[in-house]
Design a protein around this ligand. Sequence first.
Ligand SMILES: NC(=O)c1ccc[n+]([C@@H]2O[C@H](COP(=O)([O-])OP(=O)(O)OC[C@H]3O[C@@H](n4cnc5c(N)ncnc54)[C@H](OP(=O)(O)O)[C@@H]3O)[C@@H](O)[C@H]2O)c1
Length: 345
Amino acid sequence: MQNLINNQWRIAARPDGNVKITDFEFHQEQVATLNDGEFLLRTHYLNLAPVMRMYMQGISAAGEKPLSIGDVIHGRGVGQVIDSKHPDYQVGDVVQGQIGWQTYKISKGTKRERFYKMPQRGLSYSLGVSQLGMTGFSAYCGFVKCGFPKAGDTVLVSGAGGGVGSIVTQIAKILGCTVIGIAGGKEKCDFVKSLGADSVIDYKNEDVANRVNELASDGLDIYFDNVGGETLVAALNNLAMNSRIVLCGSISEYMLDEPFGPSNYTNLRSTNSSMNGFFVYNHEADFSEAEEKIAKWIKDGLIKVKEDITIGFENMPYGLQNLYSGKNRGVALCRILDDSELIFD
Ligand SMILES: NC(=O)c1ccc[n+]([C@@H]2O[C@H](COP(=O)([O-])OP(=O)(O)OC[C@H]3O[C@@H](n4cnc5c(N)ncnc54)[C@H](OP(=O)(O)O)[C@@H]3O)[C@@H](O)[C@H]2O)c1
């Protein structure tokens, strides 16, 4: 492979508030020649996730070395192997894993990069990065394996119009639960309703504490928490007996200097309830079950595929910005290369 240019987004500055374009440096460099044991990936899709702002701040999400100014930003994506000197990766293989914000990646296929070969070629590769990737796995493993849902449960989902939340909302309906979704703004709430939520709370225009109390008059059996902050306090004030809170994310706190801690956590005690922290990579043993279940639900028309696709690598920073301003509907990702660019045998 000669004269390939790798485009990268690197950290130019630590974000203060939402990310802005000056926090990013666009960098170009020649793709190096492969050594034995390496393969070359060409990026097709990159995931956009709130955690990427944390990476830019030098915070490590899973024990990895924190990023410095000038480093390529972490990010999972889908790419195709276009050259290989690695025995386990052949030209044409489509994989998802830790590619980073770049259009090419030379990899040794290390454990930390967590590359998974995409099982079925017939599927849209964008599905691979979202519903059948970490977003879908987070929704399934977090909700099913940590929330222990059963038919008839009343479930509150925050961030219900985002990637993980939109899938949790749909899985909860499939499993026979009553779902209250929380999202920001009327249009986003309408979107959550269109996913099947029984009722919605517009946290930007309504009093969340009052509305949760009103809508969950018999208490919440499950709260799937994507946002933390005052919404978690409201959920803790409305627990049914033996309820479960799943701590998936706390985006309302990611830009605070000090994390927010709920003072009413003792309500867990009086209701025999539990609050479980959850990190998707600690559930690798459940990924194939998650993939099988979600793929079937999509095939049966029970899960609507909702992707919010930013087009073009150059627009990655704006895609990340949109997550914090709530512009995305469903799973956010960026299409770098069209599927027509895939190499087939
Ligand atoms: N534990 C894990 O392993 C794991 C894995 C994946 C993701 N996560 C976490 O799960 C959450 C969802 O991730 P995602 O990738 O699916 O992102 P996402 O929900 O698609 O995007 C973020 C959404 O958060 C909402 N938001 C932004 N600022 C907010 C604020 N101040 N208060 C309340 N809501 C706010 C916005 O929706 P509105 O328009 O409704 O404001 C936005 O669409 C994040 O907290 C993420 O860090 C955790």
